[in-house]
Design a protein around this ligand. Structure first.
Ligand code: ZN
Length: 477
């Protein structure tokens, strides 16, 4: 039997606000346990929540960026459950009147168009965290409420995804959009972006859904793909052998590469939602949606298309450069001065590679866009070779000097003057009889090795085109 997977994702994204959703505490990550708390986020009796206006604006921005309809009126609700990291015994969330509904994301995955409907986006507060280590007693579980009250949105998709790869691509798209509009920091390791997947399988051609399993808290794009792949294979095998799928919540174990059961449907909570009595209805101000829309930066997909149209870049380059808005901005600053394709090659290549190697963020890159543009200008004008430019780049990175200062001091100006190069050509030809014989036997590409030797001898200052012509003339004579 052939099976088809049906997948929907629930993405929880922390809103990048200065304070928590209902109090003045900071939601900053990594502080000593319980240091960012107050009576409101500790759930003290009588403490009342006050809604953070910036959190509302950021939820609206996310909704607009994902093509949703933002509702002028929405409502907070209590989601009741009992857990140690939830001090009030309920989470303030939104239930039947969320802030936004009905969006759509259009993707291309492995050459196939994928359309994913967005059911709803609702606002809620995060819970605290249980600490099973570092309490000083292995039998003790600590509670850290720094995260309690952190503003979140939950983005619920329709069950429109059919493959693990498409699910990972959708989650990546959501991350890129939220980061681009400054709503979320995109940090999966610290948990400011989290994802649960609902996965079921059905025989190909069947319209009815199979029983779905929820896979919780997968904290990387790769793990999400692996967890879903595992679930599809597991469920297909069970159904294929005539078994039935238990409706349950499962967790992914990255080390074992498999999911395992966390709780069954029988243990699932009945949340007894009801309207939050301590908060009024959320009524947006006149013009609030329009104001957020007007302040929204360009979205990654639009920027990608513009990079192709405006700079004549291949789609691949545009995709790489727009993944991170800061990288895109860096590229645009370089391309404002230097030729666009040259700028793209250098940003995608040397810049991104060196940042990664040195673990430096683009915002603190030691080579400013204008400095890189100057270097590329020297390459474009033929003043220095690409090989010499690589050396200059390394020196610029280390010393923050300008390209022209380094080129001048180290004598890296490209030598295109034939007479200056002839002696080097003669030396290299004499020292490499094998390559010469190979060339003369008809292997024209053997000349490349000789060009490389001259480049080495001249520390990259020779003009490789001139060298190539000189060697060819020398050998053909
Ligand atoms: Zn607080």
């Amino acid at each position: 039997m052939q099976f088809e997977a049906v997948i929907g994702l629930e993405v929880h994204a922390q809103l990048q606000t200065r304070t928590k959703i209902f109090c003045g505490c900071t939601p900053a990550f990594g502080a000593p346990p319980n240091s960012h708390t107050c009576p409101v986020c500790l759930g003290m009796p009588g403490a009342l929540p006050v809604l953070n206006a910036d959190a509302v604006d950021k939820a609206i921005a996310a909704a607009l960026a994902l093509g949703c309809t933002v509702h002028e009126v929405s409502e907070f609700a209590r989601k009741n459950y009992f857990y140690p990291d939830l001090p009030k015994g309920y989470q303030i969330s939104q239930f039947d009147r969320p802030i936004a509904t009905g969006g759509q994301v259009d993707l291309e995955v492995d050459g196939q168009a994928v359309h994913v409907g967005i059911t709803r986006i609702h606002m809620e507060e995060d819970a605290g965290k249980s600490l099973h280590e570092g309490t000083g007693d292995p039998n003790l579980t600590g509670i850290d409420l720094n995260r309690a009250g952190t503003p979140l949105i939950e983005i619920v998709s329709e069950p429109d995804l059919r493959t693990a790869a498409a699910a990972a691509a959708y989650f990546t798209y959501i991350r890129d959009v939220l980061v681009a509009i400054g709503v979320n920091d995109g940090n999966l390791e610290e948990g400011s972006l989290r994802c649960d997947a609902n996965v079921s399988v059905r025989p190909r051609g069947q319209a009815a859904f199979g029983t779905k399993v929820e896979v919780k808290n997968v904290n990387s794009f790769r793990y999400l793909q692996k967890a879903i792949e595992y679930e599809i294979a597991r469920q297909s095998a069970v159904v294929g052998e005539g078994g039935s799928i238990a409706q349950e919540t499962r967790l992914f174990d990255p080390d074992a590469g498999r999911t395992f059961s966390m709780r069954s449907k029988e243990e699932a909570h009945d949340y007894r939602y009801f309207p939050e009595p301590d908060l009024p209805m959320l009524v947006l101000a006149p013009g609030q949606v329009a104001r957020v829309r007007a302040a929204m930066p360009e979205l990654p997909a639009a920027r990608r298309a513009r990079f192709v149209a405006q700079y004549g870049l291949p789609a691949y380059d545009a995709g790489v450069l727009t993944q991170d808005p800061e990288v895109a901005g860096y590229f645009e600053a370089v391309a404002a001065v230097a030729p666009a394709k040259l700028a793209s090659n250098w940003v995608m290549g040397d810049v991104l590679r060196t940042l990664k190697e040195q673990d430096v963020a683009i915002g603190t890159c030691p080579i400013a866009p204008a400095a890189l543009a100057e270097l590329l200008g020297l390459v474009d004008a033929g003043t220095i070779s690409t090989a010499a430019a690589r050396q200059v780049f390394e020196t610029m990175w280390a010393t923050r000097e300008s390209a022209s200062v380094i080129v001048e001091r180290e004598g890296l100006t490209q030598v295109g003057d034939e007479s200056a190069l002839l002696a080097h050509v003669a030396t290299v030809v004499a020292a490499n009889p094998d390559a010469v014989a190979s060339y003369q036997a008809g292997r024209v590409q053997a000349i490349g090795a000789l060009v490389g030797q001259v480049m080495k001898l001249t520390r990259g200052t020779a003009n490789p085109k001139v060298v190539h012509a000189l060697i060819q003339r020398h050998l053909d004579a």
